[in-house]
Design a binder for this molecule. Structure first.
Ligand code: URC
Length: 290
């Protein structure tokens, strides 16, 4: 029996980068968490302690900030620039993965007018990307995280099997709430990323609000189908949807009825609905997808 080194990668995770763009008095904030992960010919550092093939994670961090000096632009483009740089920085690096989470800031209203340089963190989900580059080609993922949405009606859940452990009551009207995590893969290396993201997000929200739902699974499929129909560059979309249960509170002990108005918002446990929707002619997924 021999013991060998398996898959490995390394990098600087969660570099917190903020850039201020100034147009006179008018400022714009880009607030990112950037994670770099490199892989390649890294046997020596694990097996012999020789570090001559290791681009230090500290250097990777510095590179992220240095690249931001010239402007960031769309996060997909920034990730592509960084990934292409890292994969050509050292012969020992064969693949570079750059993941970015964009934290949204909303311009404040001050004195009834949009402020020039005051912002509030906005709670409407975060845009994400992950780019992998092998030196020849790049694979681009987009997505959204923590996009909390709720329908206060238009949701049913019934017709499920009952066994000796089933207590859940069938309902024809319930609250449906979730925090959408969606990751999609583009089939292109170049696109109008801002427009693709905006369209995907708007379409997804439209499908969430517009689907009369028999289950969160059905809503998942409706959202995925709508995004694929709206954005031709997206080949496949993957969702993780926690079912944020809202239970009707029993007010009878207090001599009160509850005609579907007072709910307990439970935070755990929660149903976790996961699924992928794709084109049947989708090109093969790249290395960052699995
Ligand atoms: O939309 C739902 N899907 C389920 O699979 C499920 N299971 C459950 O208890 N409630 C729900 N709701």
């Amino acid at each position: 029996m021999a013991i060998v080194l398996g898959d490995n990668r390394y990098g600087k995770a969660e570099n917190r980068l903020v850039r201020v763009d100034r147009d006179g008095d008018e400022h714009r904030i880009t607030d990112l968490t950037v994670s770099v992960s490199l892989s390649g010919d890294m046997s020596d550092t694990h097996l012999t302690g020789a570090n001559d093939k290791v681009l230090a994670t500290d250097t990777q961090k510095n590179t992220v900030f240095a690249f931001a000096r010239d402007g960031i632009g769309e996060i997909e483009d920034f990730a592509l620039r960084l990934a292409r740089h890292f994969v050509s920085a050292q012969g020992s690096i064969h693949a570079a993965r750059v993941g970015i989470v964009a934290h949204p800031w909303e311009r404040l209203q001050v004195g009834g007018r949009p402020a020039h340089h005051s912002f509030a963190r906005s709670g409407a989900g975060t845009r994400t990307t992950r780019v992998t580059c092998d030196g020849e080609r790049a694979w681009v993922l987009g997505g959204v995280e923590d996009l909390t949405v709720l329908n206060s009606t238009g949701s049913e859940f019934w017709g499920f099997p009952r066994d000796e452990y089933t207590t859940l009551v069938e309902v024809k009207d319930r609250i449906l709430a979730t925090a959408v995590s969606a990751t999609w893969r583009y089939s292109v290396e170049e696109a109008d990323w801002a427009n693709a993201h905006e369209t995907a997000l708007a379409t997804l929200l439209d499908a969430f609000g517009g689907t009369h739902s028999q289950s969160l699974q059905q809503t998942l499929y409706a959202m995925g189908q709508a995004v694929l129909e709206a954005v031709p560059e997206i080949a496949e979309i993957r969702f993780a949807l926690p079912n944020k249960h809202h239970f009707l509170v029993d007010l009878e002990p207090f001599g009160l009825d509850n005609p579907g108005e007072v709910f307990y918002a439970a935070d755990r446990p929660y149903g976790l609905i996961e699924g992928t929707v794709l084109r049947d002619d989708a090109p093969p997924a790249g290395p960052a997808w699995s």
